[in-house]
Design a protein around this ligand. Structure first.
Ligand SMILES: [Zn+2]
Ligand SMILES: [Zn+2]
Length: 172
């Protein structure tokens, strides 16, 4: 019975094709929504402005698939967290540089430590040390903060004779 066979075959074939077509539409639809969701997630990690994230998501939906490709071409190249991290690193580096910049020998510009008494490179005297406890003293200090010894004014040597400027008297 070729007619019946044919009819059955046609019926079966039509049903199969319908199923295949529906499955294809279903999977394409799922893939389409997944791509749009990926665009949304990716945009949130790269874009700060919620309006732009919304626009990127819409672009991920329409036109289907092509919109996601267009998004990938024009999206910001870096994640927001990477940008923030780099900004923090640059800020920390600038702070380190400016702090170090204050501690240079005034003569030869060599790096010196805050506790150095003389520059190790050019032997310029950077600061006095306390007579009693040998702690390095700041130029403006009148008294050693570590042991309370009054700071002697810097002696100026002239030949054999040592001239010592009169010490400033402090009330109280
Ligand atoms: Zn020096
Ligand atoms: Zn001292």
């Amino acid at each position: 019975m070729p007619v019946l066979d044919n009819g059955l075959f046609d019926f079966f074939s039509a049903g199969t094709w319908a199923v295949i077509r529906n499955l294809t539409i279903f999977f394409v639809g799922v893939f389409w929504l997944s791509v749009a969701f990926w665009v949304y997630k990716d945009a949130r990690r790269r874009i700060d402005d919620p309006w732009l994230v919304g626009m990127a998501t819409v672009l991920g939906l329409v036109p289907p698939f092509v919109g996601a490709l267009i998004y990938m071409l024009f999206r910001p190249p870096e994640y927001l967290e990477d940008v923030r991290e780099r900004e923090l690193e640059i800020k920390a580096m600038e702070q380190r540089l400016s702090r170090r910049g204050e501690l240079h020998c005034p003569v030869c510009r060599a790096e010196v430590d805050a506790s150095f008494l003389v520059c190790p490179v050019c032997t310029t005297r950077l600061r006095q040390s306390c007579r009693t406890c040998k702690q390095p003293l700041e130029a403006l200090w009148q008294v050693c903060p570590y042991c309370e010894t009054p700071v002697e004014p810097v002696a100026v040597e002239l030949g054999t004779q040592t001239l010592t400027p009169p010490r400033r008297e402090r009330s109280a």
